[in-house]
Design a protein around this ligand. Structure first.
Ligand code: 3PG
Length: 186
């Protein structure tokens, strides 16, 4: 019930998270990822130019890169990101309204949940793939490992403080689909 988020992200074990201000930065990030054979980018809505850059990157690199919008914290931003050409939507958290709006865009979407209560609310909303952010602050590998047997059928994409060294520990967990982060773009 997330418009195919599992399917669109399943080819990737790493989801690069980018904070971009200019077209030059966007070109550099995309070229860098394509050289590494990574075919996905999450452009966060944390800069004034983020929506324009989602439009630019999806037009220019869309045949080789799946372009998502991250840090989607409101319904208005979800709709704007969809209009700008994002292929999936990511939010650090969720509300009922935001989940409904994301669902109504028809785009695959990945909302966040951290605590057992938030995960159970997510289950009530028919969500089964969740962002876990900021992973390093909220228990990281230990927390997700504890969740595996409790929340069966729920998979996570942790982000926040993950790097080349720690990613393998996350990816080894049965309930981690992929990891996200910005380390490979620094
Ligand atoms: C995100 O939005 O997922 C994070 O900013 C990524 O975290 P990182 O920058 O610590 O990798």
């Amino acid at each position: 019930m997330q418009n195919g988020i599992r399917e669109i992200l399943s080819p990737f074990s790493i989801i690069p998270v980018a904070v971009l201000h200019t077209q030059e930065q966007a070109d550099l990030a995309c070229t860098n990822l394509l050289e590494k054979g990574i075919g996905v980018i999450e452009i966060t809505l944390r800069t004034a130019s983020a929506l324009d850059l989602i439009r630019y990157v999806s037009t220019r690199y869309g045949s080789n890169l799946i372009v998502g919008a991250g840090t989607v914290c409101s319904s208005e931003r979800a709709e704007a990101a969809a209009k700008a050409g994002a292929s999936f939507l990511v939010s650090p958290g969720q509300t009922e309204q935001l989940v409904n709006t994301m669902r109504n865009t028809g785009l695959p979407f990945l909302p966040g949940a951290i605590s057992p209560t938030e995960i159970q609310q997510s289950m009530e909303r028919d969500l089964e793939v969740l962002k876990f952010f900021p992973a390093h602050v909220f228990g990281g590998v230990s927390a997700l490992s504890a969740y595996a047997s409790v929340f069966q059928g729920i998979d996570f994409i942790p982000t926040g403080g993950i790097n080349e060294q720690s990613m393998a520990d996350y990816l080894a967990l049965p309930n981690v689909l992929a990891v996200g982060g910005s380390w490979m773009l620094k």
